[in-house]
Write a protein that binds this ligand. Structure first.
Ligand code: GTP
Ligand code: MG
Length: 335
């Protein structure tokens, strides 16, 4: 392995902190949005309970994991206990009922990797996707939300990274770049690795929360109120963390050998996971282990073209933050 010399951070990095914090603040959804989401959820609940009285609706994804921007779409999971249901049938039936319930742009996508019904509520202007029995997504949403409560810098850093990824066009899985979920995992892993650590490894601690989904056991320490102040021995500013995050992905991450793993609070080797070669469409060019579905690489969508785009974007970001007098402008410049 080649040893790289650590690049020294610009000495005036903390002067940029105000600009990064202002960017973060500008992206936080206002309270009215939450009220509207609740209103829509109540309406959907009413429609759903007519056909499936025992079913429940869970919000997952960015509206529930605390990493959502203003005006995000809502991701909803319809949980039906009956194991014998046919998901496509449920979705088609649901689409019918939503249409009669005056919701707009109702569309059932039963052949997608995660089959969903899409809709738009004319009353609140909110769009949403509803899937069926995607319990793992509900559980990983809780894990992300729990991590966010331990140290505010996680939410701040992830907002900056997501905003950068959306501005630069590298948050599009259908084009071979990474999902928001993958970026948040990268931020959690990064903060677990700081010295002193800013985040603990919740799955490495005594489990206080545990559910089994299919054959996957999801267990971790979720009493996060006991962990407030965990990262206080590390005084790094948001600006410094943003700089270090992009330097890590631009210059230090070992793409050839390492898998980042929030589950273990560390990196694990590609060889140990047998992620060293292309299998089917999975190329494993950047490896991000799902915290619960550990055979699932969130980097599987990245191909030999998009890995170059991604790495060039990480380098571009690192250079801007290192040298630009006013990095917040160029960093988020539309691609
Ligand atoms: P934005 O909509 O971009 O603001 O972000 P988001 O937080 O909604 O993330 P995204 O659209 O990437 O994913 C929504 C949710 O789906 C995530 O929070 C996860 O719970 C779940 N999810 C997304 N991708 C995967 C995946 O590959 N595997 C699993 N298990 N869950 C996923
Ligand atoms: Mg989403």
């Amino acid at each position: 392995r080649m040893l790289k010399r650590q690049i020294a951070c610009r000495s005036d990095i903390n002067r940029m902190n105000g600009a990064f914090l202002a960017t973060f603040e500008s992206l936080i959804p206002p309270e009215e949005e939450r009220t509207k989401q609740k209103q829509l959820l109540a309406l959907l609940d009413e429609i759903v309970s007519k056909e499936w009285p025992d079913a429940r609706l869970y919000v997952y994804g960015s509206c529930a994991n605390s990493f959502g921007f203003s005006k995000s779409d809502i991701d909803i999971c319809l949980a039906i206990e009956d194991a014998n249901i046919d998901k496509s049938e449920v979705l088609l039936k649901l689409a019918d009922m939503l249409q009669s319930g005056n919701l707009q742009n109702v569309q059932a996508l039963t052949r997608a990797r995660v089959p969903i019904v899409k809709l738009m509520d004319p009353e609140t202007g909110i769009s949403c996707d509803i899937c069926v029995n995607n319990v793992l997504a509900v559980v990983n949403t809780k894990l992300l939300r729990d991590y966010a409560q331990i140290d505010v810098r996680l939410r701040q850093l992830a907002f900056i990274v997501k905003h950068w990824a959306k501005s630069r066009g590298v948050n599009q899985t259908y084009q071979g770049t990474l999902s928001s979920y993958a970026y948040v995992l990268m931020c959690i892993h990064f903060l677990q690795q700081r010295r002193p650590a800013i985040l603990p490894c919740l799955q490495g601690m005594e489990a206080t929360y545990s559910v089994t989904v299919g054959n996957i056991e999801c267990a971790y320490f979720d009493k996060v109120e006991k962990l407030y102040g965990f990262g206080s021995h590390n005084g790094e500013s948001l600006a410094r963390l943003v700089w270090a995050f992009f330097s890590y992905w631009a210059y230090y991450h070992d793409y050839a050998n390492d898998v980042i793993s929030v589950r273990s609070g560390s990196t694990v080797s590609k060889r140990a996971k047998d992620w060293t070669r292309r299998i089917g469409n999975d190329r494993h060019l950047i490896c991000i282990e799902d915290p619960f579905e550990v055979s699932h690489d969130l980097g599987r969508v990245v191909d030999k073209f998009s890995i170059r785009v991604l790495r060039e974007e990480f380098e571009r970001a690192a250079e801007i933050i290192q040298y630009d007098p006013n990095p917040c402008v160029k960093l988020f410049e539309p691609y």
